[in-house]
Design a binder for this molecule. Structure first.
Ligand SMILES: Nc1ncnc2c1ncn2[C@@H]1O[C@H](COP(=O)(O)OP(=O)(O)OP(=O)(O)O)[C@@H](O)[C@H]1O
Ligand SMILES: [Mg+2]
Length: 356
């Protein structure tokens, strides 16, 4: 298999289309062998970044380094990089084997070696023995595996994947997520994975970059960006976040309305009007009148059943709506009926002040 991964580094990378900066001076370091994801809303510049790394698009500014070498003047097929797209772009008139062998079109390799290599990569993507099938006789998931096989047949050091599971249904997506992650570990090469699905990015990646408007908002491990979002955008993009505005004292105290709270993370030294965030799974809804620090009075406004959990929405006395995620199954300690007055605990360690 591949002889180790390729490191990708982009420095000040910028691409403009007319006056719009689709990618606006981003710096990302993707060490070799890493499963790295770029996640962000539609139009934030993910595909454009990937196309520049692949060599299909020329940067206006900045550098792309593959294993430390600037590849500005290296054409796409000479970069040890290959791409898998959302639309598989398979040839309907060719068999599976011929489609996969197409990845070797620039190579002068004896037919028998090609045949052996095709069989090897088909086995890797769980399609052993499918050589003679027509691609039109395959399911969506199988077609995407053929596209993958075609992309890895040349042992690229870096595989770029642009929403490769975007066209598949939820169930198949989940299966292929696991397969892709396993494949990446087996090959030991760098995967640069683009998705707008935050859950997918969190479950599959070693590290990820959250992008917004052509810029990188934050880079980190899934746990870092989920637990310690640096901006409101990151907090809200990666799952639901409760956001409370208040006045901070520069020592971790934040006053929301007339209630004083203590935050345990984030910009604890900053003062003035700032925002604090807390994940719904950290918020505890208790019986009204429960006393103690970091509690606010409120009233149940709505309860949304979501299968294994319930999403409880409480209107605080300060006016804000706070959501709490409670596991279903056990007997509920209190009634969550609409209109019930409650006490909402925002635990210190879950409350995080965002930089201004
Ligand atoms: N060839 C082009 N000409 C003009 N504008 C473009 C071109 N390609 C992309 N853009 C613009 O650049 C911005 C970034 O596009 P890009 O395709 O990189 O977004 P994306 O993050 O991949 O979005 P999506 O999740 O929808 O695929 C968008 O505003 C888009 O309209
Ligand atoms: Mg895109």
């Amino acid at each position: 298999m591949a002889d180790g991964g390729g490191g990708v580094k982009v420095v000040g990378l910028t691409k403009r289309f007319g006056t719009v900066a689709a990618v606006d001076g981003i710096d990302i370091d993707m060490p070799s062998g890493e499963f790295f994801s770029m996640v962000g809303p539609s139009g934030c510049g993910k595909t454009t970044t990937l196309r520049m790394i692949a060599g299909f698009e020329r940067p206006d500014e900045g550098q792309i380094l593959l294993d430390g070498v600037d590849v500005a003047h290296v054409p796409p097929h000479r970069r040890s990089v290959n791409t898998v797209f959302q639309s598989y772009a398979l040839f309907p008139h060719l068999t599976v084997g011929e489609n996969v062998a197409f990845g070797m079109r620039y190579q002068k390799v004896p037919k028998v070696d090609i045949r052996r290599r095709v069989a090897e990569v088909l086995a890797l993507v769980q399609l052993k023995g499918y050589e003679e099938r027509r691609t039109t006789q395959l399911s969506g998931g199988q077609q995407q595996r053929v596209a993958l096989a075609r992309a890895i047949i040349l042992n690229p050091k870096v595989l770029l994947l642009d929403e490769p599971l975007g066209a598949l249904d939820a169930r198949l997506r989940k299966d292929l997520q696991v397969e892709l992650k396993t494949l990446q570990q087996e090959l030991g090469i760098t995967f640069v994975y683009v998705t707008h699905d935050q859950e997918e990015a969190l479950t599959m990646s070693d590290r990820l970059a959250v992008m917004n408007g052509g810029k990188v908002e934050q880079v980190g491990t899934p746990q870092e960006v989920y637990d310690a979002p640096e901006t409101r955008f990151v907090a809200e993009f990666l799952g639901v976040s409760n956001v409370l505005e208040g006045v901070c004292d520069g020592r971790g105290g934040i006053t929301v309305g007339s209630f004083g709270l203590i935050a345990g993370a984030g910009a604890l030294r900053e003062s003035g009007t700032l925002r604090a965030v807390i994940r719904p799974e950290r918020v505890v809804v208790e019986a009204t009148g429960t006393s103690g620090p970091n509690r606010l009075p409120g009233m149940i406004e709505r309860v949304v059943f979501v299968g294994s959990t319930s999403d409880i929405r409480v209107r605080l006395a300060t006016g804000e709506l706070v959501r709490s995620l409670v596991a279903n199954g056990g007997a509920a300690a209190i009634s969550y009926e609409q209109g019930t007055p409650v006490s909402v605990l925002l635990p210190v360690e879950g409350l995080r002040i965002l930089h201004s």
